[in-house]
Design a binder for this molecule. Structure first.
Ligand SMILES: Nc1ncnc2c1ncn2[C@@H]1O[C@H](COP(=O)(O)OP(=O)(O)O)[C@@H](O)[C@H]1O
Ligand SMILES: [Mg+2]
Length: 239
């Protein structure tokens, strides 16, 4: 892979985060330096409890950091007041989690429409766009189903559609395949790559599932609170 020359979409420098106080204080992030570039899918791996989710929460501006700086799309996220961060997150980021976090009382289309409704889009237009997004993830014939009547893989597809419906510049995925069996996990990663990645977007995927390592462009290793190495992944046809 050629070394990326464009400015990073996400730029983290010296990020430190600890939890607790005094004797029980644990420093989880000990000085994270990380760049994520437009157009790439970066995998973030590391052992369980190592701080992967903490780092994602920091990159999303959900969690205050103790030290360091985080810029997202040229905006100094870590310096913004909480309200502005929340607004910026809603406009620019999408999230996919291990547990699909769907609202059980809402249909697939209504779940996908939620981020648009939060952005004050009218209900009819929101549901129309949600249905189109569900078609893109292969669920065009399931838009009026409740989550409980769909398989795990299908529920994760709804969550992907929901994360992408407002065309986020930064897609953040926290162990998106952990609740799925091997074949479904592979399909979901293919889908995230296919619909989530584009030249003006970037995707970061946290995982400790070695079966999906080959889906990324680069793989960053989080070890003892730091990014200790980043490797390029040779991809068939793109290497
Ligand atoms: N809100 C919190 N309060 C206290 N400790 C936390 C909190 N969130 C995470 N931790 C601790 O930080 C460490 C890293 O957690 P996490 O980021 O969830 O790891 P990973 O996602 O790599 O499994 C763990 O020891 C966890 O207990
Ligand atoms: Mg985690």
């Amino acid at each position: 892979m050629t070394t990326p020359t464009q400015p990073a979409a996400v730029r983290a420098r010296g990020v430190v985060k600890s939890f607790g106080h005094g004797d029980t204080q644990v420093m989880v992030l000990k000085g994270i330096d990380l760049d994520i570039y437009q157009g790439e899918m970066l995998l973030l791996v590391g052992e369980s409890g190592g701080g992967k989710t903490t780092l994602l929460s920091a990159l999303a501006g959900i969690l205050d950091i103790d030290e360091g700086h985080i810029d997202v799309l040229g905006i100094p996220l870590s310096e913004l007041p909480a309200r502005r961060r929340t607004q910026f997150r809603g406009e620019t980021m999408g999230f996919i989690y291990q547990q699909f976090n769907l609202l059980q009382a809402l249909t697939a289309a209504e779940n996908v429409a939620v981020p648009l409704l939060i952005q004050n889009l009218g209900r009819r237009e929101a549901v129309r766009r949600a249905r189109l997004m569900l078609e893109r993830v292969g669920l065009g014939d399931r838009t009026e189903f409740l989550p409980k009547n769909l398989s795990g893989g299908q529920q994760q597809r709804i969550a992907i559609a929901r994360a992408l419906v407002n065309e986020p510049r930064l897609l953040i995925c926290d162990e998106p395949t952990a609740a799925l069996d091997g074949p479904n996990g592979q399909k979901i990663m293919e889908l995230i790559r296919e619909v989530g990645r584009s030249p003006d977007r970037c995707v970061v995927v946290v995982t400790h599932d070695s079966r999906i390592f080959n889906f990324g462009d680069r793989i960053a290793h989080l070890t003892d609170g730091r990014i200790d190495s980043i490797d390029s992944i040779a991809r068939e046809g793109t290497a």
